[in-house]
Write a protein that binds this ligand. Structure first.
Ligand SMILES: O=C(O)C[C@H]1C=CC(=O)O1
Ligand SMILES: [Mn+2]
Length: 372
C-alpha cells in the first residue's frame, strides 16, 4: 500500500524586513510567508512556502487568497491520494483547478520535500541531480535613498556577500531614477556590476529614453521595463538596445516563454518557482530557453528560507545560469523560522544538503510569527 496524503495545513507568517524595501508598486516593511505542511500516512511531513509582494500589488494572488484557495480547493484534491507520485498529483491539480501558480508552487515544494525525505535524497536529486552546490547571489539596493544604497553596497562587497547589485526603478520620475542609478554606477565602477528592475512601470517611449541613459551609465541588464503583456514592445526594446532585456513578469512559465520566442524576443528569462507553479514548471521554462539559446536568471519572489531552498534545488540542476541568481530573500528578513539558515558566503549561497529541502522548521519561532 503506498502512503496517502493525510492532511495539509496552511499558516500565515509575518516577518519584518531589515529595512523598507522600495519597489515601483509598493514599499515592503514585512514579508508574509504562507507555510504549507503536508503529512502522509507514513508519518512523513513535507514543507512548502508561498510568497508574493505587497498583498495584491505584484500578482493576482495574495497571501490570504493563497491560504484560502489551498484550504478550500487545492488541498481537498490531494488528501487521500497516493503521496509518492508527483506527476499524478500535479496532473490532478491541473485537471480540476486553474491559475493559482504561487499556491501550486508551495504544494509542489511540500510534495518534493516529503518525497525526498521518504527516499532519503535531496529535492535536487529528485529533479535529476545537482550540477552546482554554490550559486552566485546578487543583492537588491532598494532603501529609497541613494547614499544609503551606496553604503549598503560597499558593506556587502566588504563582507564578500554580494558583488552584483540590482536597483528597483519606476517609483520615481525618470530624471530622479536616472540620477540615482548614475550615482550608484559611478560609485561601484570597477568593483561591482549593476542591473535594474523597473517592474513594468514605464511606457515604451519612457523606456526608450530611460534605457538609452541607463546603457550609457553602464547598467548591465534591464528587467521588465514595460507591462508584462506588451510582448511586441519588449521585443522591440530587446532588438533596439545593446544592453540585454530580462523578461520577468512577461514570462511566467514555458507557455509565455514560447510566446516571447515566437515574437522574436532576444534577451534573458527570469525563472521563479512561484510564477511557474513550482520547481518543475520553472525548469520546463529553463530547458525551453536553453534550447533557444536564451540566457537564464534565478529569480525570487522574495521567498523566505523554505521557498529560497526549493528554488536553489531547482537552479542547481541547470548547467548554467548566465545572469546568476537573486536568491537573497532570507537576508532581507529580520528573523527566520528554521533551525539552521542558508549559508551565504563568497558572493553566493550553498545548496542545502538533503534529504528533501534540507531545511528544518523552528517550531517556537514559527509559532511566534504566525498570524493569529
Ligand atoms: O524581481 C522582482 O520583480 C521581485 C523581487 C526580486 C528582487 C526584489 O527585490 O524584488
Ligand atoms: Mn523583477
Amino acid at each position: 500500500m503506498p502512503p496517502v496524503i493525510s492532511s495539509i495545513s496552511t499558516q500565515l507568517v509575518d516577518l519584518p524586513t531589515i529595512r523598507p524595501h522600495r519597489l515601483s508598486m509598493t514599499t515592503m516593511a514585512r514579508q508574509t510567508l504562507v507555510i504549507v505542511r503536508l503529512r502522509s500516512s507514513d508519518d512523513i511531513e513535507g514543507v512548502g512556502e508561498a510568497t508574493t509582494i505587497g498583498g495584491l500589488s505584484y500578482s493576482a494572488e495574495s497571501p490570504e487568497s493563497i491560504q484560502c484557495n489551498i484550504d478550500a480547493w487545492l488541498a481537498p484534491l490531494l488528501i487521500g491520494q497516493p503521496a509518492d507520485n508527483l506527476n499524478a498529483l500535479m496532473a490532478r491539480l491541473d485537471r480540476h483547478a486553474r491559475g493559482n501558480a504561487i499556491a501550486r508552487s508551495a504544494l509542489e515544494t511540500a510534495l518534493l520535500d516529503a518525497q525526498g525525505k521518504r527516499l532519503g535524497v535531496s529535492v535536487a536529486t529528485l529533479l535529476g541531480g545537482a550540477v552546482h552546490d554554490h550559486l552566485p547571489v546578487l543583492w537588491t539596493l532598494a532603501s529609497g535613498d541613494t547614499r544609503k544604497d551606496i553604503d549598503e553596497a560597499f558593506q556587502r562587497l566588504d563582507e564578500r556577500r554580494h558583488c552584483q547589485f540590482k536597483l528597483k526603478l519606476g517609483a520615481n520620475a525618470l530624471g530622479e531614477d536616472l540620477r540615482h542609478t548614475e550615482a550608484i554606477c559611478a560609485a561601484l565602477e570597477g568593483r561591482a556590476g549593476v542591473q535594474v528592475d523597473i517592474n513594468q512601470a514605464w511606457d515604451e517611449s519612457t523606456a526608450v529614453q530611460g534605457i538609452s541613459a541607463l546603457e550609457a551609465a553602464g547598467v548591465a541588464l534591464i528587467e521588465q521595463p514595460i507591462p508584462a503583456r506588451q510582448v511586441s514592445g519588449l521585443t522591440r526594446l530587446a532588438n533596439r538596445f545593446r544592453v540585454p532585456m530580462l523578461a520577468d513578469e512577461a514570462v511566467q512559465d514555458a507557455g509565455d516563454g514560447l510566446t516571447l520566442l515566437n515574437a522574436g524576443f532576444s534577451g534573458a528569462f527570469a525563472l521563479k518557482i512561484a510564477k511557474a507553479g513550482g520547481p518543475r514548471g520553472a525548469l520546463k521554462l529553463a530547458h525551453l530557453a536553453r534550447s533557444a539559446g536564451v540566457g537564464l536568471y534565478g529569480g525570487t519572489l522574495l521567498e523566505g528560507t523554505i521557498g529560497t531552498a526549493a528554488s536553489l534545488h531547482a537552479w542547481s540542476t541547470l548547467p548554467s545560469l548566465e545572469w546568476g541568481t537573486e536568491m537573497f530573500g532570507p537576508l532581507l528578513l529580520q528573523d527566520d523560522i528554521v533551525t539552521e539558515g542558508l549559508c551565504y558566503h563568497e558572493f553566493g549561497v550553498d545548496l542545502p544538503s538533503g534529504p528533501g529541502l534540507g531545511i528544518t522548521l523552528d517550531e517556537d519561532r514559527l509559532r511566534f510569527y504566525t498570524r493569529p
